[in-house]
Design a protein around this ligand. Sequence first.
Ligand code: PLP
Ligand code: COI
Length: 342
Amino acid sequence: MAKKDINWSELGFGYVKTDKRYVSDFRDGKWDEGRITDDDMITMSECAGVLQYAQTIFEGLKAYETNDGKIVTFRPDLNAERMMDSAKRLEMPEFPKERFLDAIRRVVDANRDWVPPYGSGATLYIRPYMFGINPVIGVKPAEEYQFRTFVTPVGPYFKGGAKPITVKISDFDRAAPKGTGNIKAGLNYAMSLHAIVTAHNEGFAENIYLDPASRTKIEETGGANILFIDNDGNVVIPKSDSILPSITRRSLAIVAEKYLGLKVTQREVFLSEVFEGNFRECGLCGTAAVISPVGRINDHGKEFTFASGMDEMGQTTKKLYETLTGIQMGTVEAPEGWIFEI
Ligand code: PLP
Ligand code: COI
């Protein structure tokens, strides 16, 4: 067994078909025992629930090669729990936590050669997902489901990696106050596609969505939570019931407090505060994004450039980034229970 012959440091965030994936079927009210397969194709009814009414949820996490050659994943138990929350909200059966962890372990183990080498800048992205597969024509939940997990080696989510990006305030809403913004459902991403294409066409890397009720408070972006560093160097995290509870952001809050001695506040954050200059750094955080520095926010032509500027990551963002990735890659001691060795 040898690592695949890939130019790891050139990888972007894309799909590469790897050797093995995990599949389990839910029929007659129960999950089967699950299996690893070579088959990357799915055959289903033309009327499958997922195709008609978008009954699909997913997760995203990564496997890393550490400095001493181990393969690990980061807090997969939290992905398992979040997927159970997503399933409940869309009337899908829960995939049990122990089964989820077993699936991750088996699929990463079966694709060890695809785990990018330590120090290459790339990681192995793991995508668990579940969808309604039997025919559904009246609006109701499916009765049969498939849970699958594949992996794909990835590089940085945003072009340029650690280079600050410019994001726009979107005219579209991402999630209604009592909608599905706090779960990881495909439908949240389908409705963001027009907004992201529009943002890209205008030269922006991402959209910041505001709270739809008042359009004054910062929620999150299409694929990551947001955090700010205030002028005292402390961390401020937007609070809302309709943003995805990011595992990266929750972990960074602990890293900031316990490793860097920073104060962390989670509260409503108004867009006006950004333009008043209350924050000196801003970052987008998520599994894919890690922490991507935001250099500038554009609100309908009105621009605010953070003190950290457009050339490099802000000082505090950089410390957060280095500590978190150090924990993930084994160079910084992890809090108990954060690292799962494969
Ligand atoms: N918010 C959205 C909308 C996302 O798609 C993601 C990606 O998973 C995140 C936040 C970050 O969450 P996590 O850190 O758990 O990957
Ligand atoms: C992730 O960070 O895992 C995401 O899901 C973001 C994006 C690829 C949808």
